[in-house]
Write a protein that binds this ligand. Structure first.
Ligand code: ADP
Ligand code: TRP
Length: 335
């Protein structure tokens, strides 16, 4: 058995926790907005990162897709630098105790709190079935966070309200069942993480068909960049506009500052065409993810390693979960 899980939390260590839904192929917006910050935080404290497959069931009903997406998220997160020696990495459903805590939290959760959540309303507006699970989603998310005694939760801006619900529920539990039952977790919402633009200039999102995948096929990704980034008709010899340039915005994420300055200067001077800029963009992107791609190929060839990581993470997470749950059961009168 490999020793893959880090040692338990000490009082002085910050514990970070976040979950990512297995909802399809990861794109570079997910990378810069969620994965990279999580990978950086694992060096600053103790990290609990999980694949939110229970949450994914609120919008997906295909067992095969759920299984495949869960697996590919595990592989891709590890390939992008999640270090199982530093972070406890597991599937949400490997710790079913979270459902019991969600139930207990839901007994102090006012309906109005859930009714105000805009994520639920937005999903209904997109035609997603208004199930009980979709409505109760924030209570399960609160349980994810409180079960592992998290100090801080890095999330995108869209999840801020769910963190407020979590803090509310933790406070209500403390008021009702004992003042020290839960600590109130802090959200980490990086204002500096710019929204990564998609190939069409809108926010990159898998729902908009404008995404640049992290691990795309070489030929297809080259084609995506060539076809989907629409450029103007400025002649080759003329200077090119730099404001709102999608090519420049994306290139900046991958290129060294010197290479970025060179591309900027070439836009301004004229004499270089969009075809050349797109080629440079593709090459910088391809190089940026080279080592992650190599690691991913290794992980795909060693599925047993991924299994070991997830099962060591699940055991460690379960230890923590059962301690919290015993404490909570005692406090509410179930034990
Ligand atoms: P999508 O919009 O493709 O459905 P998700 O909502 O599943 O993406 O987002 C998962 C994580 O990736 C969230 O934490 C979100 O903040 C981050 N993220 C998604 N798209 C972007 C983007 N274009 N720029 C920055 N971060 C993003
Ligand atoms: N709801 C989050 C999202 O869609 C995923 C998630 C589930 C989560 N449980 C969590 C994030 C707990 C942070 C903490 O992105």
């Amino acid at each position: 058995m490999l020793c893959l899980a880090p040692t338990p939390n000490s009082n002085s260590t910050m514990r970070f926790l976040t979950g990512l839904q297995p909802s399809g192929q990861l794109h570079i917006g997910n990378f810069f907005g969620a994965i990279l910050p999580a990978v950086q935080l694992q060096h600053q404290g103790e990290a609990f990162y999980f694949i939110a497959n229970y949450h994914a069931m609120t919008t997906m009903a295909s067992p095969q897709t759920l299984r495949e997406n869960t697996r590919s998220l595990a592989v891709d997160f590890l390939a992008c630098g999640l270090d199982p020696q530093k972070a406890v990495f597991f599937e949400q459903s490997a710790v079913p105790e979270v459902n019991e805590l969600a139930w207990i939290l839901s007994t102090v959760c006012p309906m109005g709190l859930l009714e105000r959540c805009h994520s639920y309303k937005e999903k209904m507006a997109r035609g997603i079935a208004a199930t009980h699970a979709l409505f109760a989603y924030p209570a399960l998310m609160a349980a994810d966070i409180l079960l592992y005694n998290s100090d801080a939760v890095p999330v995108g801006k869209d999840q801020k309200q769910h963190l407020e619900v979590t803090r509310d529920l933790a406070g209500k539990m403390n008021d009702t069942f004992g003042p020290d039952l839960f600590k109130l977790p802090e959200p980490i919402i990086s204002e500096s993480t710019a929204i990564v633009p998609g190939l069409d200039g809108q926010k990159m999102s898998k729902s908009y068909g404008n995404a640049l995948p992290i691990f795309g096929d070489e030929k297809e990704t080259r084609k995506l960049i060539n076809k989907k980034i629409i450029t103007d008709t400025t002649p080759l010899e003329a200077p090119k506009p730099t404001d709102h340039s999608i090519i420049l915005a994306l290139y900046k994420l991958f290129a060294s500052p010197q290479d970025y300055d060179t591309m900027l200067a070439r836009h301004r001077s004229g004499g270089f065409g969009y075809g050349q800029f797109k080629k440079d963009l593709f090459e910088a992107y391809w190089e940026y993810f080279r080592s992650a791609r190599e690691k991913r190929a290794w992980l795909l060839a060693h599925p047993e390693y991924v299994d070991d990581v997830l099962s060591a993470g699940a055991s460690r997470a379960r230890e923590e979960a059962s301690q919290t749950l015993s404490r909570v059961r005692r406090a509410v009168g179930l034990a």
